[in-house]
Design a protein around this ligand. Structure first.
Ligand code: NCD
Length: 311
């Protein structure tokens, strides 16, 4: 059986192209299975997985949980308000206690960039990063790339734009790494205040001209304005952000071609994207959600099988 080159999924940065190909190939097999009347397989019957979510989540949490259940793993869910972290326990202690209950794999979402990496060094378990602050969100980038390939084929030479709050978005960094690895041309479109300082080192081009970028690209990944991570004003108002960087029906009608629009959700309707566009056939938002389960099944299956092999 083919194996991943890593024992954890901490970030796209640590993966190789052959890992992405293996995950996509495996996800396609699972996608076929989850579209059958009986959606469950016994593959990870003897594995127990704990989902530790220290930040809000709907899609990612449900998607991981469903993926785990469809693989027949035993599943534990812990979220911050209900954990002893709110009583002052450290993250390492919480996780060591969880692992003492013979848990094999931890899926963690945490506001601290590097939390998953830190845990992988601290404890002896397989760690999956479900989003670490503003850093990486590898499973999202994998499902975004998979959904794009499904729609427009091989990404080599394709022009993909990432639009919006790049500074605060873990989806942006993971997408940049994945898209570059798959050979795409990546352009970022954002107000200067929402671009990170290290952006020049990422091998991407930048523009703050939305119409130019939409005319340039084959697909655009629209990011949410992450108000919850903003301690100062990064733009004058949501209305002005929308005027300069929001995608609406008029923008789409002015284009000389059809483009694909992705959004990781949750959507701020009327801020980064209008309702009309969000619900139009330009978007593949619900395909992304559907593919998310298959991609996460692939990640968990591949990492879970490696635990079995070495046990
Ligand atoms: C993203 C996240 O949490 O980073 N959403 C998601 O995982 N579906 C993007 C966001 O919150 O804007």
């Amino acid at each position: 059986m083919k194996k991943l080159t890593v024992p954890h999924l901490l970030g796209i940065k640590y993966l190789q192209i052959k890992d992405l190909e293996l995950i996509f190939e495996t996800a396609s097999q699972f996608k076929e299975i989850i579209n059958r009347p009986i959606k469950k397989v016994p593959s990870l019957r003897d594995i127990t997985i704990a989902n530790l979510f220290f930040e809000n989540s709907t899609r990612t949490k449900l998607s991981f949980e469903l993926a785990e259940k469809r693989l027949s793993a035993d599943v534990l869910n812990i979220s911050v308000g209900h954990s002893s972290i709110s009583k002052g326990e450290t993250l390492t202690d919480t996780v060591k206690n969880v692992l003492a209950m013979k848990v094999d794999m931890i899926v963690i979402r945490h506001p601290y960039p590097g939390a998953a990496h830190f845990l992988a060094n601290e404890v002896n378990s397989c760690i999956i990063n479900a989003g670490d602050g503003t850093h990486e969100h590898p499973s999202q980038a994998l499902l975004d790339a998979y959904s794009l390939i499904e729609k427009i084929g091989d990404l080599r030479g394709k022009k993909i734009a990432i639009l919006g709050d790049i500074l605060h978005s873990r989806v942006a960094l993971s997408n940049i790494y994945a898209l570059k690895m798959l050979g795409a041309n990546v352009k970022l479109c954002a107000p200067k205040s929402l671009l990170p300082k290290h952006v020049d080192s990422l091998g991407v081009t930048i523009s703050d001209d939305l119409m130019y970028v939409l005319n340039w690209c084959d697909a655009v990944n629209v990011l949410r304005v992450q108000n919850e991570r903003m301690d100062i004003n990064y733009f004058p108002s949501s209305r002005e952000y929308n005027q300069n960087f929001g995608i609406n029906k008029e923008c789409i009608e002015k284009l000389r071609k059809k483009i694909i629009i992705l959004h990781p959700g949750p959507i701020n309707r009327g801020v980064e994207i209008s309702s009309e566009v969000a619900d139009s056939d330009n978007t593949i938002i619900l395909d992304q959600v559907e593919n998310g389960v298959a991609i996460r099944m692939a990640i968990i299956f591949l990492l879970g099988s490696q635990i079995n092999i070495s046990a």
